[in-house]
Structure formats: C-alpha cells, structure tokens
Design a protein around this ligand. Structure first.
Ligand SMILES: *Cc1c(COP(=O)(O)O)cnc(C)c1O
Length: 219
C-alpha cells in the first residue's frame, strides 16, 4: 500500500508543473484530509455545500476550497465568505446570488461554467450556446463581484479512450474559443481515471478523489 504522501509526491512529479491538482475530499473524514494537508497540499474540492461548511470549520483556514457539485441555490450564500473557486455554475441566477453575497464581503468570486460533454444522465452541464448567452447577458456584464474564469466538464465514466478524448477535445475547443475574448485561464477537466487524457487534451486543473484517498470512505 502506497501512502498518501507518496502518491501526491509521485503525481506532482509526473505531470507538467502548470497543471493544478484539486484533491476531491467528498465523503472523506477530517483526519484523511489532514494527512493530505500536511503534505503541503492546499486545494480541496467538495460536492455538497453543507459538507464543505462542516469541514471548513474544522480545518485550517489557509485551505483553498473548491465547489464542484451541483449547486443548491438556497445554500450558496454560506460558502461565499470563503470559497476559492466554484466549478459548477450553470445558471445566471447562481451568478446573481454569488454576486450579491460577495459584495457584502467585498470579495470577487471566481467561477467556472460547467459544460455537458457526455451523454450520461447523471452528469449535468450547459451547452456551448448557453455559455455565450450567459457571458453576453447584460446582468452578468454588470456584475462586479463575480468573474467567470473558465470551464469545467466531466467525461463519460466508462467510455473508451477515444470517446473520452473526443469529449475532452470538444471542451478544449469551446475553451479556446472563449479564452482570449473572455480572458479565461482555467480548464477544469480530468478525474482519477481519465486525467492523463485530460492533460493531453489541454486541461489546466485536474480533480482527483479516488487517486488521493482510495475507494474507502466514511459513508
Ligand atoms: C467525485 C468527483 C471527482 C473525483 O472523482 P474521482 O474519480 O474519485 O477522482 C471529480 N470531479 C467531480 C465533479 C466529482 O464529483
């Protein structure tokens, strides 16, 4: 059994330096997260706002928290005071809430738009057309406390390498179309089983859960 320390050390060595790694800590207990934290890693991602808030309270305050799960509008305001990046924005209504709350804390919250790149029913996301609708929406253009800085997507879980590559290529294409015009800097794609393909296809940020923590969890 390889230790968490060893796994983090080896992946950081094996991928290009400009690729950011997010440790997806959903379902993981505080002590497992602390082990990763103690290696110097600071970026952690959660799928549920309530779970993130509990962990935020118990863990060191220099952790950079990332929201990667489906957004519950009524709970969104609770993470605004401390969130680092929200990967899963899909609606202008979400941006309105984030902007309004962020103003209270004098923060500018960075967000990504989640794009649907595969056909699996449980994977959500918006279309390329919707991306442009949001970015060109006057409400969004007038928001001073929220900034869309890139895109996020999830590939088919049990897809062939070719299929996954095709989906990531598609997301990278949309990303590049927006990159200069909207000053994008983050393309969040790739998980434990497909991150090498994602990196080849232009990912700038990979989200790894199982890779860090193994399959065992507290649920
Ligand atoms: C759970 C999750 C991950 C991490 O998945 P692994 O396969 O465990 O690496 C990444 N992104 C999102 C959006 C997730 O929900």
């Amino acid at each position: 059994m390889k230790t968490i320390e060893y796994r983090i050390f080896s992946i950081k060595k094996s991928i290009p330096k400009n690729i950011k790694i997010l440790a997806v800590s959903k379902n993981q207990d505080i002590s497992s997260i602390k082990k990763v934290y103690q290696t110097g890693h600071r970026d952690f991602g959660e799928n549920y706002i309530q779970e993130m808030i509990l962990k935020y309270k118990k863990l060191p305050k220099d952790i950079r928290w990332h929201m990667i799960g489906r957004i519950q509008s009524n709970k969104l305001k609770y993470i605004v005071p401390f969130i680092n990046l929200i990967h899963s924005v899909q609606r202008i209504e979400h941006l309105k809430i984030i902007n309004k709350e962020a103003l209270k804390y004098n923060r500018i919250i960075n967000c990504l738009l989640q794009i649907k790149i595969c056909n699996e029913k449980n994977k959500s996301g918006i279309t390329n057309k919707k991306v442009h609708e949001i970015l060109e929406n006057d409400h969004y253009k007038n928001m001073k406390n929220v900034k869309i800085i890139g895109l996020m997507g999830m590939a088919t879980f049990h897809g062939s390498i070719q299929k996954i590559r095709h989906e990531f290529d598609y997301l990278n294409k949309i990303y590049n179309e927006c990159k200069n015009k909207y000053k994008y800097s983050v393309l969040s794609m790739g998980m434990s089983r497909d991150y090498p393909i994602a990196i080849e296809c232009g990912s700038t940020l990979i989200r790894l859960g199982t890779f860090f923590f193994g399959k065992k969890n507290i649920q």
